[in-house]
Design a protein around this ligand. Structure first.
Ligand code: RUB
Length: 318
């Protein structure tokens, strides 16, 4: 473990990501870029080596918060990979520029993929959503801004009910929203024209890692021939899966599922709380990115083009 000084704002961002005050893959990545920018701009390092050690320690602290969203390591790789120079000032300038560039790219990518996703939507369509995804919201917003009239069926998304955030944001746009519990999705799929979900990571085979419940939603939607669209900017592509690594699924505390009193009442049981699941590519109709729409099986080509076999972990100690 390094003893390098981590800026208090980096620590605060790391705690906010771990506690899910900051959540969602794109938002986590942007917050991490901002935290690295603050570490760089306010570092009091006196040597280039000390500056680099601090930045690596900050990145490592951010990296250990949540394991599944690949946007986080992709962000750290992007910024640390562009930290260049022989002096503290040169390193500071290049790191700040890279962090700003990363955040701008995330925002631009989200706008661009929104325009692509909106092309799938027609007047009168009903969209079903799961969890809360800013990439999905971007598609719906873009269609809405074109004057396309939509309605939404929003899954609650147990245990943390991120569906409520989606419901509030769609309602603020003036889109009619019906909120349902997760178990009611099958009952309502006949009324739905498209299922739109986000992604925390996309593997080289086109499998989509997203909030728990995505897989069963996709399987049921496929059975009804309702198209399943994944809205995911390319920062969600996981280059490590090109060389056979798998995506780690986060397990969260059982208190999200059951209270202490309920647990005592029931007696000795095991409670498991995986936060994400894996939807195989055969259940996904399209992955919408800022580079256009892809069938899941062809995403590997885009992944190689954008990342190569790059799986460096520059936040780890040398
Ligand atoms: C959020 C989640 C979202 C993806 C995509 O999970 O699964 O669908 O992160 O979101 P959690 P975005 O609430 O556990 O972070 O499109 O905003 O990146």
């Amino acid at each position: 473990m390094t003893t390098a000084e981590i800026h208090p704002e980096v620590e605060a961002t790391a705690e906010a990501i771990a506690s899910m005050e900051i959540r969602g893959a794109a938002t986590i990545a942007s917050a991490a870029a901002d935290a690295l920018r603050r570490q760089a701009s306010q570092s009091e390092a006196t040597t280039a080596e000390e500056f680099q050690t601090q930045l690596r320690a900050a990145a490592q602290r951010l990296h250990e918060t949540r394991p599944t969203a690949v946007s986080l390591p992709n962000c750290l790789r992007y910024v640390l990979g562009r930290m260049e120079g022989e002096t503290v000032e040169a390193l500071r300038t290049s790191t700040i520029a890279a962090a700003r560039e990363f955040s701008t790219r995330v925002q631009t990518a989200q706008d661009d993929l929104g325009a692509v996703g909106a092309n799938r939507l027609r007047d009168g369509d009903t969209v079903m959503t799961h969890c809360h995804s800013t990439d999905v919201l971007s598609c719906i917003k873009a269609a809405h801004e074109r004057g396309i009239e939509l309605s939404a069926i929003v899954k609650e998304t147990r245990p943390r009910k991120q569906g409520h955030i989606t419901a509030a944001e769609l309602r603020d746009l003036g889109i009619p929203v019906t909120l349902i519990i997760d178990g009611a999705a099958g009952r309502y799929l006949d009324e739905v024209d498209h299922v739109f979900v986000g992604a925390d990571s996309i593997a080289a085979d086109g499998a989509v890692i997203n909030k728990i419940g995505t897989r069963s939603l996709a399987v049921t939607a496929r059975e009804r021939d309702t198209p399943i669209v994944v809205a995911a900017q390319t920062v969600k592509l996981d280059p490590a899966t090109l060389s056979g690594h798998t995506v780690e699924i986060e397990y969260r505390d059982e208190s999200e599922v059951i209270s202490e009193a309920e647990r005592e009442e029931i007696g000795e049981i095991t409670v498991r709380n995986p936060a994400f699941d894996v939807t195989p590519p055969r259940y996904v109709d399209a992955i919408v990115t800022e580079r256009g729409q892809f069938p899941p099986e062809s995403i590997v080509t885009l992944m190689r083009e954008l990342f190569g076999e790059q799986t460096a972990t520059p936040w780890e100690e040398e």
